[in-house]
Design a protein around this ligand. Structure first.
Ligand SMILES: [Zn+2]
Ligand SMILES: [Zn+2]
Ligand SMILES: [Zn+2]
Length: 328
């Protein structure tokens, strides 16, 4: 059952996906459902002996295209709605032990094309207002499958965080006539202390206001609203800057760094988002140090106020050194 319920105190939807509890699938030990299917072997999600990049619909989706009407549920104050949407899984490689950081740059480039393609195709569905491309990586993030993969949620609404960002961009443009993200990027480049890696078309930096110690944002230099708006040279450069940042992340503490990776871009709700949405990728690694994690506790979860114990200038310096060290 997929249902949305409105929280009028925060002005946001909560999605319920009760079938996610019914995962009865009990694979044999050592079995990875995301590996290719070996001839005569246990069938995986991919009925082929080998593959390059694969996208398929999540079997236990948070949203489905055919979610039932929420008949009789909710009230005028707390409405309910069908949890209509699409959830996809993107397998980055058939190699179980690879990660985005260890993959050849050419593969990341192909992935950028796949992400752009999914953004366009899912965004064209009439009930999809926002295509959210993301990856959860590592045990610290609660990942159950270690095979390199990301996810795409095509939401029937613009989710709260991108919405807040778009509203901030709108106020900024009303005041100054310019794009908030273009102005932020210009300030970061001008200051330079938090810049971690620069490409011809993309820049990675730890933002002045990072919520996580090693949070990094990867901004398009040009004000492109979405990944689908990037031209061939920009796509190639995005892959290059992502690769450099990710290799630096792994270099930082000497192990494959867990993170959440998310993409913020234009909603697909039919509105005009030029000059408001500016394509960028955000990384939130949970590590404060090699063995200490930042938890979202009372202040972060209950008050929405992040407390960070190190300045972005310091973490950016360490991360930049790791990126540069790994490149030598
Ligand atoms: Zn695998
Ligand atoms: Zn911009
Ligand atoms: Zn953002």
């Amino acid at each position: 059952m997929n249902q949305l319920r409105w929280d009028p105190t925060l002005g946001e939807w909560v999605a319920y996906a009760t079938h996610r509890q019914d995962r009865t699938f009990l694979p044999p030990a050592e079995y990875c459902p995301l590996d290719p299917t070996e001839p005569g072997g246990f069938p995986t999600e991919v009925p082929r002996e080998s593959y390059d990049i694969v996208v398929f619909e999540n079997k236990f989706p948070s949203f489905t295209p055919d979610a039932p009407e929420a008949d009789g549920e909710g009230s005028a104050l707390t409405p309910a709605a069908p949890g209509r949407g699409v959830c996809e899984v993107v397998l980055y490689s058939e190699d179980h032990y690879s990660t985005l950081a260890t993959m050849p740059e050419g593969r990341i480039r192909n992935l950028v094309h796949v992400w752009a393609d999914r953004y366009e195709e899912l965004g064209a569905l009439d009930f999809v207002e926002y295509v959210f491309i993301f990856e959860n990586k590592g045990d610290a993030i609660g990942v159950t499958l270690h095979h390199p993969h990301g996810q795409i949620y095509a939401y029937p609404f613009v989710p709260p965080r991108p919405k807040k960002e778009l509203e901030a961009a709108r106020s900024h443009r009303t005041e100054t006539g310019t794009c908030l993200h273009c102005d932020l990027l210009a300030e970061e480049l001008d200051d330079g202390r938090r810049v971690v890696a620069e490409g011809e078309h993309f820049v990675a930096f730890v933002p002045f206001y990072a919520h996580f110690p090693y949070e990094a944002h990867v901004y398009a230099r040009r004000c492109a609203p979405s990944i689908a708006d990037l031209d061939a040279a920009e796509r190639r450069d995005l892959a290059g800057v992502l690769k450099r940042l990710l290799v630096g992340y792994d270099e930082l503490f000497g192990f494959s760094l867990p993170y959440m990776m998310v993409m913020h871009q234009a909603p697909t709700d039919g509105g005009d988002h030029a000059g408001l949405a500016h394509f960028h990728v955000e990384f939130y690694p949970p590590n404060r140090t090699a063995d200490k994690l930042k938890y979202l506790a009372g202040s972060e979860t209950g008050a929405g106020a992040y407390v960070v114990d190190v300045l972005p200038e310091e973490t950016a310096k360490r991360l930049r050194e790791a990126v540069e060290g790994a490149g030598r």
